[in-house]
Design a protein around this ligand. Structure first.
Ligand code: PNS
Length: 166
């Protein structure tokens, strides 16, 4: 039997990457040989950061780690996963409130492609209340968001919202 590299996709909007995302990625790396962080290109969803900015911040946060690849995708996630020979889609689950939409998405993805498994990792307790949107809201009104996002993201948020308390 040949040793095939086990690749997982970690898809999302990442507008922006948070420490909660990083926690999920680190834990996925305990299971998979490599994780592709795939940023969804969705022209109908208004994002704070451009695709280029989001990809750049993620790359900076992982500092050239060989097992973490960063990419963008459009269209169906399962098609992208197939193209990348990924065997799994990773999603983080924070609270019960995430369950319904994640369940729906996983069932649709399974209907579309039975070869890719959806794997859910429970968010670390520390990050249970962390989300990109709540961080953006706090930052917009000058709240201290240090410790919730990697440094590259914090600097970029300060650039967008200079009132952030440090
Ligand atoms: O970070 P998000 O916004 O919760 O990520 C959502 C994402 C990117 C995982 C989801 O919107 C997605 O997979 N979009 C691609 C389109 C697709 O495949 N849809 C069918 C499955 S529901």
């Amino acid at each position: 039997m040949t040793d095939k590299k086990k690749t997982a996709i970690y898809p999302g909007s990442f507008d922006p990457l948070t420490n909660g995302h990083i926690d999920i990625i680190e834990r996925a790396l305990d299971i998979f040989d490599e994780v592709i962080i795939a940023v969804l290109h969705n022209p109908s969803k208004k994002a704070l950061f451009t695709m280029e900015e989001r990809v750049d911040m993620i790359k900076q946060s992982f500092n050239g780690r060989k097992t973490v690849l960063v990419d963008s995708f459009g269209g169906l996630l399962v098609d992208y996963a197939r193209m990348k020979n990924a065997i799994a889609i990773i999603r983080g689950m924070r609270a019960l409130s995430d369950f319904e939409s994640e369940f729906q998405m996983a069932l649709m993805n399974r209907k579309l492609n039975k070869e890719v498994q959806s794997i859910f990792l429970m968010t670390g307790f520390r990050w249970i209340f962390t989300s990109s949107s709540i961080i953006k809201e706090a930052a917009q009104f000058g709240g201290d968001i240090s410790g919730m996002v990697p440094e590259a993201v914090e600097l970029k948020l300060i650039e967008k919202y200079p009132r952030i308390k440090q």
